[in-house]
Design a protein around this ligand. Structure first.
Ligand code: MN
Length: 246
């Protein structure tokens, strides 16, 4: 007995200079980095999680084996992908990872798989639909640093208002949702065919494709809040939709 197979990207590729090996560990090299909350949350939602190492040539093949896709958080997206010049506060980019994840997302949409896109993943979803991003909300929108909390990921620090009549509202119960916040970028122009589903003081905090059963993006780290029923519902919804294609 097992649940639908849910692939999870590892957006962060840690460079050797940022790896801190112990005397008995492997030689320094680039490493995949993914918070364990992601597979734990997928499993809590009833799915069978599998981590997807980047290999551009294998995107369609690996998606053909999956029942659902989670696009994880990670570094900033290369603004060349939405034809904007880089902002002074743009963080490090991984263009090869951007290409890999866009290929995975494209293949998943072609196959009609459900997609849960978290933080950077939601930003990638917006860019894939032709949208643009704020590259540094702290300076471009003068929002201060309330969207980059010091508290742990399991703690909530700001509210979002969920729009009625959305898939997000149906899953979470709607209304005001308490979330965590670990981002300095955000959706600017919305991609064509997407709908904004939650906001915090005008800032886009969630999006979805209303024409599809489950293509949902959230700016907060839902995986670190899976002990909360409204957040676990995102993973349960992903898995339930994945089960129909399994
Ligand atoms: Mn936020």
């Amino acid at each position: 007995m097992h649940g639908p197979l849910i692939g999870i990207t590892t957006s962060e590729l840690r460079t050797p200079d940022r790896v801190d090996p112990t005397p008995s560990s492997e030689p320094p090299q680039r490493e995949l980095a993914l918070g364990l909350d992601y597979p734990v949350a997928v499993a809590a939602g009833g799915g069978l999680p599998v981590v997807l190492p980047p290999h551009l040539d294998q995107a369609e093949d690996v998606v053909s084996r999956l029942d659902g896709l989670v696009l994880a958080g990670g570094p900033d997206i290369n603004p060349a992908l939405y034809a904007h010049p880089p902002h002074a506060n743009l963080g490090p980019n991984e263009p090869a990872t951007d290409a890999w994840e866009l290929a995975l997302l494209t293949a998943a949409l072609e196959r009609g798989l459900p997609v849960l896109a978290i933080c950077r993943g939601m930003q990638l979803l917006n860019v894939a639909y032709g949208g643009t991003l704020w590259q540094d909300i702290n300076t471009e929108l003068e929002l201060g640093d309330v969207h980059r909390q010091k508290e742990r990921g399991s703690e909530v620090t700001h509210d979002v208002e969920v729009d009625d009549g959305t898939q997000l509202a149906a899953l979470t119960g709607g209304g005001t949702l308490a979330v965590n916040s670990f981002h300095h970028q955000a959706v600017q122009d919305l991609g064509s065919g997407l709908r904004i589903t939650a906001r915090d003081q005008g800032l886009v905090e969630a999006i979805e494709d209303p024409a599809r059963p489950f293509v949902i993006g959230v700016q907060w780290h839902a995986e670190s809040l899976y002990r909360r029923p409204a957040q676990l519902a995102l993973f349960q919804g992903l898995v339930a939709t994945a089960a129909t294609s399994a």
